[in-house]
Design a protein around this ligand. Sequence first.
Ligand SMILES: Nc1ncnc2c1ncn2[C@@H]1O[C@H](COP(=O)(O)OP(=O)(O)OP(=O)(O)O)[C@@H](O)[C@H]1O
Ligand SMILES: [Mg+2]
Length: 477
Amino acid sequence: MTENLTTHDFCIRLLIVDDEQTIRRLCMTVGESLGFLCLEAESGDAALAVLEEQPVHMILTDMVMPRMSGIEFLEQVKRDYPGIEVAVMTGHGSVETAVQAMKLGAYDYIAKPFAPLDDLRLFLRRMADKVRLVEENLYLRERSETETAVHGIIGSSGSIQHVLRLISRLKDTRTPVLISGESGTGKELVARALHFRGNLANRPFVAVDCGSLVPTLIESELFGYEKGAFTGALRSRQGLLQSADTGTIFLDEVGELPLEMQARLLRFIQEKEVRPVGSNEKVKVDVRIMAATNRDLEAEYKKGTFRKDLYFRLNVVTISLPPLRERRSDIPILAAFFLERLAPGRGVQVSGDAMKALLAYDWPGNVRELENCLERAVALGDQRILEVSDLPPSIAQAEIAAEPVDSREISGHPTDLRATDLEDIERATIERVFSQVNGDKALAGKMLGISRATLYRKLKRYNIGVREHPPQSTTLQ
Ligand SMILES: Nc1ncnc2c1ncn2[C@@H]1O[C@H](COP(=O)(O)OP(=O)(O)OP(=O)(O)O)[C@@H](O)[C@H]1O
Ligand SMILES: [Mg+2]
């Protein structure tokens, strides 16, 4: 089993505890021959001192030692370091101690003297396999947690692929980015990806919802204040801009900022310093600026409700997130992603009719609304298949809108005929997913959120998979 576990190599650290030097030496030799890093201690106390200073994966301990017995030592390790595996060495005829040790959580026991030595070798190797497996699972879990948190931008539509390309191009720069899109299209997700995938990932990311700040408090929130600057300012406080120093400040709903705050923000961007309210001193602050808006800021500055100079400062690059109804081909993949996240391992799928409704609905609340709708359906439905009846009535009754769907979203060929009907969308979606997974039907079914039988039926109906697919799907734009 260990042979496969090579994704994150680490060296097993084994601590050998015995008052007899010859036994310690013997175990060290065997441990080192297995590639472990071996540490030794001549008593339970000495071993506990080692544990305080160094990481250890597994311990092999004698049972009969002066001062602290093996049992006492085992108890203390299991209490203070529950993650460490402990195996015990027992002398002849001390089965009872071995049983007691196992009850206290020992991994296993081995009888001394070790003859043949190969027994000890095999014993330690098995123990290390277990440690590696546990570590590996831990590592994989942590990795997948950060990956979904950070890289969880799902979508195969041309527009999402374009966004992903922009993110990788911009993540390591300090270029100000304006992210625009309707509510629930994933603006904050994109801002976080830009920060956490880039080289500022270990620096602060501070999100400010400009729309929810009380107008009279915006200035002190952003710039901080000195003690006594106003009634209630009992002590001085750092502003959000300063908290984001060396990292990213994300100004969400920046269009909601009152004009006078826009002027102060502009000055901050130009001068890179903040002066807390009530203070005469300026503090240097170096942050990357990202902003998001669901308004049309260009129209706003033309109307005079948003400062044109600030608009151009924030909008060095724009990432626009189209509404979900303009990229319906993402719906099946998003649905599969959310269902797996909402009910991990349960393999919940969307029935064909329910998927038709999801594809037809207009999603004014965009991806967030889709997520909420599935969350509700998973909570209410008790089956593995989500049916139309599990959807809210407005969605269940949706019929494909009269408005044409952007054909580029569907076919990948801008010059294709406009696809206006649901079957075309379905065919194109299946085709795209199918080619993305290189014809792996099980995976395609999973990504599409349909059963294997349904997938086979549809592949046959649309004549997909008959010809060879290129190994990589063609990208749009
Ligand atoms: N492409 C996507 N892939 C996966 N999840 C997404 C995607 N887009 C949005 N989401 C999810 O939808 C929800 C809404 O996203 P987010 O908060 O980023 O949207 P927003 O544009 O900032 O919305 P609002 O304007 O309402 O603040 C989040 O739970 C987010 O994880
Ligand atoms: Mg948001």
